[in-house]
Write a protein that binds this ligand. Structure first.
Ligand code: FES
Length: 301
């Protein structure tokens, strides 16, 4: 059964990115990175619309394992600070925050050489870093635009129109998913649910949370569909990660055009009648102060 599923997936990948034999060869290579050697470096990057395809690395002139990559002096101090949170024999616990830091330093994406550098720092085999970087969609492993537009693909957003939002973005910008516009300004990717509960998990590993702690987006599934706009162009100190909720195809195009003009669109809900995550048009229940349950009055119990 698993073999049948794998074969079907291979055929799908072949249709998207090359011949079946090419894809099979990549799949059979001993590791995702070793598979890189198979692909010709001169070949233009292909668009790979299937999420499983994101597990593959293809060498490109700007992303090869033999490139030199290291953290900047300032970021090396942060690396030491991050690792100080973990026991010295569990340095690998720092892989996620180090990948995040590398991504901030490298303009929004993490090349293979950066993953190798992190593996050396935390003293694990490189595959231990690759498997984390390929699992979490927040890590981009190819160049992104100045504004990386991440459309939420999880169920509440999907049933509220995220597919249309993505189609509109791709059509308006003239790109495929994960491609960068020719002016380098925009790329479109997909992310899973960006709700507050996700951010609690993120905060546990001490990344991103402080940058997105405005809480205006808390409970963002309520305000589906939504996108996140990541801007890493100002490096580790100044990157931003903003959420735009209650989107319509018309509004998402307006937001893109505001970003193109260098403006900062108002974050959070775009619904004119919604305040934060409250019901659009005002409360429909709880019109007054709710009474506490009787058992809260301990003297009366
Ligand atoms: S489902 Fe899209 S933000 Fe939760």
């Amino acid at each position: 059964m698993a073999a049948r599923l794998a074969a079907r997936r291979l055929l799908g990948l072949a249709a998207a990115s090359g011949s079946a034999s090419e894809v099979a060869a990549r799949r059979l290579a001993p590791s995702p990175i070793a598979a890189a050697g198979y692909a010709a470096a001169s070949r233009a990057p292909v668009s790979r619309p299937f999420s499983t395809a994101l597990n593959y690395h293809i060498d490109s002139p700007e992303n090869k394992p033999d490139m030199k990559w290291e953290f900047s002096e300032a970021n090396m101090k942060k690396v030491k600070e991050i690792l100080s949170h973990y026991p010295s024999n569990y340095k690998q616990s720092g892989i996620i925050p180090l990948l995040d830091l590398a991504q901030q330093q490298h303009g929004g994406w993490v090349p293979v050489a950066a993953m190798d550098a992190i593996a050396k720092i935390v003293e694990v085999a490189p595959i231990r870093v690759y498997e984390v970087a390929t699992f979490y969609t927040m890590f981009n492993r190819a160049k992104v635009g100045k504004y990386h537009l991440l459309v939420c693909g999880t169920t509440p957003c999907m049933i509220r129109g995220s597919r249309e939002i993505e189609e509109t973005l791709l059509e308006h910008l003239g790109v495929k998913r994960n491609e960068v516009t020719s002016d380098g300004l925009f790329s479109v990717g997909e992310m899973e649910c960006m709700n507050w509960s996700d951010c609690v998990v993120i905060s546990d590993v001490k990344i991103n949370f402080i940058h997105i702690s405005g809480l205006h987006w808390q409970g963002c599934c309520v305000n589906a569909p939504m996108i996140a706009v990541a801007d890493y162009s100002k490096g580790s100190e100044g990157y931003s990660y903003n959420y735009y909720e209650d989107l319509t195809p018309k509004r998402v195009v307006e937001i893109v055009e505001m970003l193109r003009r260098g403006e900062t669109p108002p974050r959070g809900t775009q619904h004119p009648e919604r305040k934060n995550c409250g019901p659009a048009g005002g409360n429909t229940t709880l019109h007054g102060e709710p009474k506490p349950p009787p058992c809260r009055d301990l003297d009366a119990c």
